[in-house]
Design a protein around this ligand. Structure first.
Ligand code: BGC
Length: 501
């Protein structure tokens, strides 16, 4: 008879059992559970405070949440047309797209190229950043349009996903860098002239028509295909949302005498929620993240929920359990690799949460290959539980922002378009967020599990590409209609002709 070989690992059921763990490990897990669990009552308290802070951000005196008016002043109706370039300067990649909004309602064609955003650029020199971006754009144009010297200037929507003050849609005064960027000489300045100067130096035939935030792009792109969309969110490297406000509810714009019913998309920049630490249940690990970041005191909410920080929170917990706590995990092993700040990203946590095996063998392999560590079986249980706690907290706190905008606007039923690596790839993020919304907004249990929730967070259309193109098209439309609010260079919106193929 042929030998059976080693038994295949058993699939994991539910969250596993912690009953058989050594006592001190169990105590440690219970401690972490107390630190990271946010119950329904706390979620409600956070949401209520969030609603007030959103209001405050719109007031003349202002608050922590910037609530930036974006000069995006309508939803698309699906009949927008034209071809636009879009540049997406996110936290991880640089993407250049050419988007054609076709004659067929709500349809578009897109060609795109991705360029890696070199890590050194994020903390380097401003000039180098703009030069790199100009180079990528030039490369794209040469590939898709041929000789740049023979082209008329192409209109571009620039998705610049950082908090920026916009007195005009074609302006963006950087309030502060986020997501680990730290480039001197940009904060407090309008990034558009810096960007355009680099284009000019390189002879790149492009004119910037609109500077947009990824959340505003997400809102508009999602509304293009789904009329129930009211909020656009990013749950990715950073975290933020945009929604449509009435100008009459924005006291800080009152001096402009805009028609009170006129819509205005607001880029909330909710990552800055609770910078004064009044309500969020911060752990000692969140305090360290903030203290060691390039901008301590900023983006308090973002630092608890966004992808950039989830792996780092996890790493800090493990280092602490090795160094300081009674249980001393990874005893006798060299944790040098684990000591490296930001060495684990949120995909590491995703992989742990996705390990399908009862004995967490994939997690063990991951620790061995990435960190050179051999966790014991009980340590693997602790690792899994810690990942679940951090991922669950992020999803539940994120839901507070969505609930707060919905409450503020009185939305009882709507769709929320969401994008970003955490939303798209982190296991259970959507279900955990939906459960939290249910608790915050007191929805009754569903009679049929297949029934839709009143407020649903759904995968968004491509905000930074299609959204940017739509915003350029909408802006041109309103200039034609004579609404010149928030336009600095109307001539930059003139091109409606399709670009040469
Ligand atoms: C930025 C926002 C952006 C979000 C998601 C945050 O760090 O401040 O502008 O929308 O990340 O990319």
């Amino acid at each position: 008879m042929v030998g059976l070989g080693p038994k295949p690992p058993l699939p994991r059921k539910g969250t596993g059992t912690l009953d058989n763990l050594p006592k001190d490990l169990k105590k440690e897990i219970e401690h972490l559970e107390r630190l990271f669990t946010v119950d329904g009552a706390k979620l409600k308290e956070i949401t209520d405070h969030f609603v007030n802070e959103l209001e405050k951000g719109l007031s003349v005196q202002g608050g922590s949440i910037p609530m930036n008016p974006t000069w995006v002043m309508s939803f698309p109706d699906g009949n927008e047309t034209g071809t636009y370039l879009a540049l997406d300067m996110g936290g991880t990649n640089l993407r250049v797209c050419q988007v054609t909004l076709t004659e067929t309602k709500s349809e578009f064609d897109i060609i795109q190229s991705k360029y890696r955003m070199p890590e050194e650029l994020k903390t380097g020199d401003a000039e180098e950043l703009w030069e790199y971006i100009a180079d990528c754009l030039m490369q794209f144009i040469e590939t898709h349009h041929g000789d740049p010297t023979k082209l008329d200037k192409l209109p571009l929507g620039f998705t610049f996903s950082y908090p920026a003050t916009q007195n005009y849609i074609d302006e963006g005064i950087l309030q502060r860098w986020t997501k680990g960027f730290d480039i001197a000489g940009v904060e407090g300045h309008n990034v558009v002239p810096m960007f355009e100067a680099a284009l000019q130096r390189r002879g790149v035939p492009i004119k910037l028509t609109a500077l947009i935030n990824d959340t505003t792009g997400t809102l508009i792109a999602s509304a293009y295909t789904d009329p129930k969309m009211r909020i656009g969110c990013i749950f990715g490297t950073g975290c933020n949302a945009a929604y449509m406000e009435n100008c009459g509810s924005i006291p800080k714009l009152a001096h402009m005498n805009l028609p009170p019913d006129m819509p205005m998309a607001i880029n909330c920049e909710w990552g800055a929620f609770d910078n004064e630490h009044k309500v969020l249940p911060r752990t000692p690990y969140d305090v360290i993240i903030d203290k060691d970041s390039p901008r301590p005191g900023q983006q308090s909410f973002e630092k608890m929920v966004a992808g950039l920080y989830l792996g780092e929170i996890f790493r800090l917990v493990l280092v602490d359990l090795h160094d300081n706590q009674e249980i001393k995990i990874f005893a006798g092993q060299d944790i040098a690799k684990l000591r490296k700040a930001y060495s684990l990203d949120s995909s590491f946590l995703s992989a742990i949460e996705e390990d399908p095996f009862e004995n967490l063998s994939e997690t063990a392999d991951l620790f061995q290959s990435k960190l050179g560590l051999k966790p014991t079986a009980p340590e693997l249980e602790l690792i899994r539980r810690t990942a679940e706690l951090i991922g669950t907290r992020a999803a539940r706190l994120s839901a507070c922002g969505v609930a707060a905008i919905s409450k503020k606007k009185g939305y009882k039923e709507c769709h929320v378009g969401a994008d970003g690596s955490v939303f798209n790839k982190y296991p259970n993020f959507k279900a955990r967020g939906a459960q939290a919304l249910r608790e915050i907004l007191d929805w009754p249990e569903k009679a049929d599990p297949k029934e839709d929730d009143p407020i649903e967070i759904l995968a968004a259309e491509d905000g930074s590409g299609v959204g940017a193109a739509l915003i350029a098209a909408l802006t041109m439309q309103r200039i034609k209609q004579g609404n010149m609010h928030g336009i600095l260079h109307p001539e930059n919106f003139k091109t409606t002709e399709p670009l040469p193929a």
